[in-house]
Design a protein around this ligand. Structure first.
Ligand code: TXA
Ligand code: MG
Length: 318
């Protein structure tokens, strides 16, 4: 693995580091450093009242961020960390407003990508705690799943002291499952690779599948959108892009962007395919949604947001 101590040092001195996680690339900054957090919002063009996920090297660092971990939340952390799960907990009073978006909660995750874990451990060893990292894309756009995509999205908005670490393509391909653990039972606020069924297998009861009054920017319609228009479950016309499972044939003149044998493969390739549509200047992309209750749930969630044409809602949302 490349030497990540310079990257940990960059974080310690208040600069930004874009790094790979198993889900998507994150744009990281010291979660206790207001100036670093401001840089994140600026580089992303993201409204300052949208909360950030704090990434930790290990679950025992939770106590820097919260004083209240319900038993079921601890069970989820033990079962799925390191991994693609974010849990929302009541924030300790010391947690800054830029991290919480002014709410009384904080989102925490321990990622499993070896580069992310190494970077977070080096950061912790040098006296740091959490790294706030939203997906490394401009606000409302498709999350990057390769270092090349991060460069394309953000290079022009970063400063020379900021770094982009290349850790190859992300294995999961869609953002982490977010589970609100502030109530008496868990509620899935954003579906991901950790599914409702997997949570039920650990806790013995089914989680509810959304919670309101939380500000989850990725839950706005019009989010995760490429420039191309995304059309769902229709017949692609010549000149359209097509994203579908491999049993779906490509009509004549249609540009096949993704052909996957499994929903895991679909998730892994989805954002690359949407980016490719924009790179080659396609006007429309047809996506045939995968069925099933595995990561297909997250794919359907992201694609229905990408296809929703409510940019007004997005800009007025807050
Ligand atoms: O897989 C992921 O979660 C990636 C990688 C980089 O870890 N990160 C990611 O971050 O997707 P972001 O900021 O693009 O999306 C995180 C979502 C946002 O919609 C944010 O509003 C929500 O998590 N969130 C974070 N903290 C929250 C909180 N305290 N309460 C409610 N929602 C929260
Ligand atoms: Mg995002």
């Amino acid at each position: 693995m490349e030497d990540l101590s310079a990257a940990a040092e960059a974080l310690r001195t208040g600069n930004l580091v874009a790094f790979p996680t198993e889900t998507v690339y994150g744009l990281g900054g010291d979660a206790t450093n207001e100036s670093a957090l401001n840089k994140i919002f600026q580089a992303k063009g993201r409204p300052r009242n949208h909360p950030l996920i704090v990434h930790l090297a290990a679950a025992d660092m939770l106590r820097d961020w919260t004083n209240n971990v319900p038993t079921y939340a601890a069970e989820l952390a033990i079962a799925f960390w390191p991994g693609p799960l974010t849990i929302i907990l009541k924030a300790a009073s010391t947690v800054g407003r830029l991290v919480t978006g002014g709410q009384d909660t904080v989102g925490i995750r321990v990622p499993s990508h070896p580069v992310a874990l190494e970077l977070l451990s080096l950061f912790a060893q040098s006296g740091g705690s959490g790294v706030a990292a939203p997906s490394a894309n401009r606000f409302g756009k498709v999350s990057p799943t390769s270092a090349q995509a991060v460069r394309q999205e953000l290079a022009q908005f970063l400063s020379p002291a900021d770094l982009i670490i290349d850790g190859g393509d992300c294995q999961v391909g869609v953002e982490s499952t977010i589970v609100d653990c502030t109530g008496s039972t868990p509620a899935i606020a954003r579906p991901g690779a950790v599914t409702a069924r997997m949570i039920q297998d650990v806790l013995g009861s089914e989680p509810s599948t959304f919670s309101n009054n939380m500000r989850v920017s990725g839950s706005l319609p019009g989010h995760y959108s490429p420039r191309a228009k995304v059309l769902l479950n229709t017949i692609a016309a010549p000149g359209d892009g097509l994203i579908a499972m491999s049993d779906v044939k490509t009509p004549h003149g249609v540009i096949r962007l993704l052909k996957s044998a499994t929903s895991a493969e679909y998730a892994r390739g989805l954002y690359r395919a949407l980016r490719q549509a924009d790179d080659i200047g396609l006007e429309s992309v047809v996506a045939i949604l995968p069925s099933g209750d595995d990561i297909a749930v997250a794919i359907r969630d992201r694609l229905s947001r990408a296809s929703s044409d409510q940019t007004d809602f997005l800009s007025f949302s807050d």
